[in-house]
Design a protein around this ligand. Structure first.
Ligand SMILES: Cc1ncc(COP(=O)(O)O)c(C=O)c1O
Length: 380
């Protein structure tokens, strides 16, 4: 086995695009002496609401917290089932369990890596209580077909839009019209807050309950009460968590939101360049996508003939990072799904590779990635 130390990665799969704007925004919060949840959080929420065209947006401490709260307001109980693709990050699966329900894993479409509505239909049962599609890579799921299915069975949809901040579906931003849409602003997402997330909803009651639950069930947030005589007074009106987004993180988010359009244009441009370069590359399959409607999060291709790991190693030697997103959840020991088989998902798991894509990637870095991938296949 080769144990020689590897050279550091020069072109990572993801890198946050941060600069003076974000630094200045955090400096202002430092100077205000109010780092925790407060008026900057309120401002970020208002700006997100406007950007998305959503009725309510509630900013929280992570995408995982957003999913937890969105699932909680459905008031699920033991034995209830939520259908979710196995090919996703572990967060939605853990949060389904945390909300007291059971994940039922479904297949994804091999050309989009998004939830396959036909497979969902096959897995619906008397205990199904919700659908949890994930907009993989930033490309919206087929919400028309999933919506029909959900309405026919009177099921709510929780959209995991961790990857899809700023993307559109049927001419509206993801999150503008959905019952419960969850975003992540972790360090590698389309925009980041350092760590953060948000829930968007059209439902007033869901919004009220999520606001309570994100703040330990406390009704009146203290920063709104500062001028009142009894500013120490609060009332607990729901179960809750410490999930609110602090001012410090919201300030980074506000600065990133100002640059979101630039990030989106650059990520679209690089995605088109990659697609044009790899379209006729034998031994690969491109992911089908609507770039013009989307804020691409990641760039993923399928590598056939068992060559994926060799390509990753080839790139690694050239100091280029890559990832596998994701390890199917039904294969994880914690979820004890020994008898569940999802052949398509398992095949895709062996084929997918995430190549470098981030707003600050340079033209030279993009060309290096393209040359390395093409070089790998040319070398046979
Ligand atoms: C599909 C998906 N859902 C949810 C999350 C959780 O978001 P966060 O990291 O902000 O908790 C992630 C994070 O990578 C994700 O990829």
């Amino acid at each position: 086995m080769n144990t020689s130390p590897q050279l550091p990665i020069r072109i990572p799969a993801f890198r946050p695009t941060l600069g003076e704007t974000e630094l200045e925004a955090t400096r202002q919060v430092f100077e205000s002496n109010w780092l925790g949840v407060g008026k900057t959080t309120d401002k970020f929420e208002a700006e997100l609401q406007e950007y998305l065209g959503a009725s309510h947006v509630i900013a929280v401490s992570s995408g995982t917290a957003a999913l937890h709260l969105a699932l909680q307001v459905l008031h699920l109980s033991a034995g209830d089932e939520v259908i979710v693709p196995s090919m996703t990050f572990v967060a939605p699966v853990q949060m389904i369990l945390a909300a007291g329900a059971r994940p039922v894993f479904c297949e994804v479409d091999p050309f989009t890596l998004n939830m396959d509505p036909e497979d969902v239909a096959r897995r619906l049962g008397p205990r199904t209580r919700a659908l949890l599609p994930v907009h993989y890579g930033g490309y919206a799921c087929d919400m028309g077909r999933l919506g029909l299915l959900a309405r026919a069975h009177r099921l709510p949809i929780i959209e995991d839009a961790a990857h899809a901040f700023g993307s559109e579906s049927a001419g509206r931003k993801v999150g503008a019209t959905g019952e419960l849409t969850c975003f992540s602003f972790d360090p590698i997402k389309n925009i980041t807050c350092g760590e953060g997330g948000a829930v968007a909803t059209y439902n007033d009651e869901h919004a009220r309950e999520i606001r309570l639950r994100r703040n330990l069930g406390i009704r009146n947030e203290s920063w709104n009460n500062l001028e009142m005589a009894r500013s120490w007074m609060y009332s607990i009106e729901a179960p809750g968590y410490r999930y609110a987004m602090p001012n410090l993180n919201a300030a980074i988010g506000i600065a990133q939101l100002q640059r979101a359009e630039l990030f989106l244009q650059r990520k679209r441009q690089v995605t088109r360049l990659y697609d044009d370069s790899f379209r006729n590359l034998e031994g690969t399959v491109l992911i089908r996508k609507s770039i013009d409607e989307s804020f691409p999060f990641s760039y993923v291709i399928r590598v056939l003939d068992g060559e994926r790991d060799a390509l990753m190693a080839y790139l690694r030697v050239r100091q280029i990072g890559s990832m596998v997103q994701f390890i199917p959840n039904h294969l994880q020991p914690q979820f004890a799904c020994g008898n569940v088989r999802l052949p398509l998902t398992e095949q895709l798991y062996r084929e997918i590779i995430t190549l470098p894509l981030f707003a600050s990637i340079t033209d030279m870095e993009v060309q290096e990635v393209i040359d390395a991938v093409i070089g790998f296949f040319a070398a046979g």
